[in-house]
Design a protein around this ligand. Structure first.
Ligand SMILES: [Zn+2]
Length: 414
């Protein structure tokens, strides 16, 4: 590393001022932020961010999926770009940091480079992805994984995706043109707040993300036989609720079972007829299963099927399991993951390797480019709430890691 770049740091005051300025757009009376995708507040936020990109020295364009792409030229215009970014749309009641930090950090990195007259070998892109909080259409379209059926993207209020995209400068009819590949983006690094409490509990300042977990969801139907709770002898029952209880405990045991870092949850249950004097004849429940390893997930699902067969036999019921969701895990690329860890060390920041159990745009960009994520702590592990908080110092530290990671990757990818 040259002496000119080794001590290079971002302007933390300016970064944190931008975070507060963006949070003020769509601010609710209780201080929380609300910029749901495609609303006037989201549009206003997008306009502000685009203006900052231009002032920072980037050219900007909006692709067919509505993604805002800011580009800072590199010395070699034929090199693929290094890229960063995140989202500025929010859940209906949100904090100031989820997504916004990653976008504003990217802009701050470019400003810092420009102010110091540094031009990387690779072009550097800062991307604002469309609607991360709901459809993830922006990063999915970029990965070529968007659903071709526009009905899949109709908003809860009935608005068509064609109209939503038109509002932000996108174009549904040209959606496939938003797709990128490795020849034009070689690596994507996203800075994000952890949205969990691991870093805080480990006393770590920087999270080195190992990947974004894959997710399976199942709908389970248990069929028994309804009968009188007084006159039906215990041994003659087909009690769907008793089977459900065993299913829930089996899922929980699988969540705890070593090895692996899986989490397994039954979060929804509906019994019928749901009457105090009747043996239940039907129970519906859901299973949510997440882990970093696809093969481990598949092994756990096979184990579940076997255990459920045994429970069905024991309780004289029938248990049917239907898959309703499958998102493949995306592992961080070792070259990027290691770079982030080394940079944290060089900056004297404590770091900890962990998986991301929440979805992020990097999960999609990581399907076509090398990928890594930097986490900074979330106070008390709270996110998707007005109480979400990451200190100005932590935001600045994460952004410095992002800056130095790009300086390192710029050399590694030659
Ligand atoms: Zn986010």
């Amino acid at each position: 590393m040259t002496t000119t770049t080794v001590n290079l740091t971002v302007n933390g005051d300016r970064l944190n001022r931008n975070i507060a300025q963006l949070a003020a757009i769509g601010q609710l009376a209780n201080g929380a932020s609300s910029r749901v995708a495609f609303t006037p507040e989201d549009l206003q936020g997008r306009k502000q961010v685009q203006q900052w990109m231009v002032e920072a020295g980037m050219t900007t364009r909006v692709d067919a999926a509505g993604n805002i792409i800011g580009r800072y030229p590199g010395q070699n215009s034929d090199f693929p770009a290094l890229a960063t970014g995140s989202h500025i749309d929010t859940v209906p009641v949100a904090g100031d940091f989820d997504g916004c930090l990653g976008v504003l950090a990217g802009i701050e990195v470019v400003r810092t480079l420009k102010e110091h007259h540094i031009c990387l070998q690779h072009p550097l892109e800062v991307i604002v992805f469309t609607d991360e909080e709901s459809s993830v259409i922006g990063s999915k379209a970029m990965a070529g994984e968007a659903n071709p059926d526009p009905e899949a993207y109709r908003r809860a209020d009935g608005t068509a995706i064609e109209d939503c995209l038109a509002k932000i400068g996108g174009d549904w009819s040209k959606l496939p043109t938003a797709q990128r590949d490795r020849t034009d983006i070689i690596a994507f690094v996203e800075l994000h707040v952890e949205q969990g409490g691991v870093l805080e509990s480990k006393n770590a300042q920087i999270g080195v993300v190992q990947g974004v977990v894959g997710q399976y969801r199942f709908f389970v139907e248990i069929a028994g036989r309804a009968n009188h709770a007084g006159t039906t002898p215990m041994g003659d029952r087909k009690d769907a609720l008793v089977a459900a209880a065993e299913v829930i405990l089996a899922v929980n045991r699988i969540g705890f079972q070593p090895p692996g870092s899986q989490v397994a949850t039954v979060g929804y249950l509906k019994a019928s007829p749901n009457a105090s004097n009747t043996v239940a004849d039907k129970v519906e429940l859901t299973i949510d299963l997440r882990d970093l390893s696809q093969s481990h997930l598949e092994a756990l699902i096979e184990q579940m099927r076997q255990e459920f067969d045994a429970i069905a036999l024991k309780t004289n019921t029938e248990i049917a399991m239907t898959q309703t969701l499958h998102i493949r895990p995306t592992l961080a690329t070792p070259i990027v993951e290691d770079a982030i860890e080394q940079i944290a060390q060089q900056l004297n920041l404590t770091s900890y390797r962990l998986p991301s159990r929440a979805g992020h745009d990097a999960q999609e960009t990581g399907r076509f480019a090398d990928m890594g994520m930097i986490f900074v702590p979330s106070r008390n592990g709270i996110s998707h709430s007005g109480d979400e908080y990451t200190s100005p110092e932590e935001c600045t530290q994460g952004t410095n890691v992002l800056l130095q990671t790009f300086l390192m990757l710029d050399r590694l990818y030659q």
